[in-house]
Write a protein that binds this ligand. Sequence first.
Ligand code: UD1
Length: 366
Amino acid sequence: MKRKVLAVVGARPQFVKAGALVRAYREGRFSRFFSLKWVHTGQHYDYQMSDVFYSGLKLPAADYHLNVGSLPPAEQIARMMQKLEPLMKSEAPDLVLVFGDTNSTLAGALTAKVNRIPVAHVEAGLRSFDSRMPEETNRILTDRISELLFCPTKTAVSLLKAEGLVQGVSWSGDVMADLLYREVQSMKLVRKPSSFYLATIHRNTNTDCPMRLESIFEALRDLNAPVKLPLHPRTLAFVKKNPRLYSRIHRSSELAILPPVSYHDLLSLLYASKGVITDSGGLQKEAYLANVPCVTLRDNTEWTETVAAGRNVLCHPDAMKIRKAFARMEKRFRSKPEPLFGQGKAAHKVLSGIKTWMVRLESKGL
Ligand code: UD1
């Protein structure tokens, strides 16, 4: 009998990761070994945060949509689990596949675990060591209860080892790198730095403190360079709560606030930008892959390799410091970055890892 995998996604970065998996599943003809069904929790639900990725990346429509939407975090996770449980019971998959570090990741992993279904975690082993981030809790807990842990970097493998996690851990490379390499090639994108910075802000450590958010917008405005800022809905909601900030932003001629953009539009902006200013995990990595200097407005990052390589700088939200950080990085960008995130075969490695695990189950008569 053919084995079954149930994949749980729900937030924007997971649709991107799913894009790489879906393609590798088709191209590697893995359907001969196991079926792959998709659950969308509905954590992200706007057209620009969800549908645009399904159409742009040609993702198959979700087999199940939980329509959970925006709720306080505990309620959001609980509601997802409540809806996932009967579904996992009726589908009875051999494995539940989760991605990254969002509330959908934790809800998927935990529901599977309490129902004795093994879990595979794509993007395992990342740590920012910042316990204020909900994502850090989600990562640690998900890794603890996963059977198969696919690490995007060698650092992630070592971090898991330091926590005593070795069994089931493997280095796969990064599935987001797979997708970027492919799409850049098919879009025939080449790096043509223009005069603007690309910025994104949505981490709760930046958005939830009004003073911090104000200083970020002030810094972006004072850069004396055009900044394009596709704004996450949660950030927009916080900005709207602060009328003074809202009106200042809209009066700034250099700061262009855009709605959230599609994956392909983001790549086009990235390749045309002179630098990235962000707090996103994914964009730090995409900047590295695209050979674009990146300033991260956080005190820490889980993508430490990009900082060690001198291509990403952690910085306070201050225009002068941001400018200096970009100037310091300048020399690095004459050479190409090391392939820290694999050569574009990560999704294939993940699926092969799952297949091997299933063969082993078979041989044990399970
Ligand atoms: C989530 C993830 C984060 C990931 C990010 C990418 C968690 C804890 N965080 O953060 O790891 O990097 O997604 O985008 O899971 N909203 C909308 N429309 C949408 C989605 C969200 O308006 O389609 C607004 C709502 O006001 C919502 C808020 O954004 O309350 C926050 O959404 P939430 O799902 O809690 O997490 P994100 O901040 O998006």
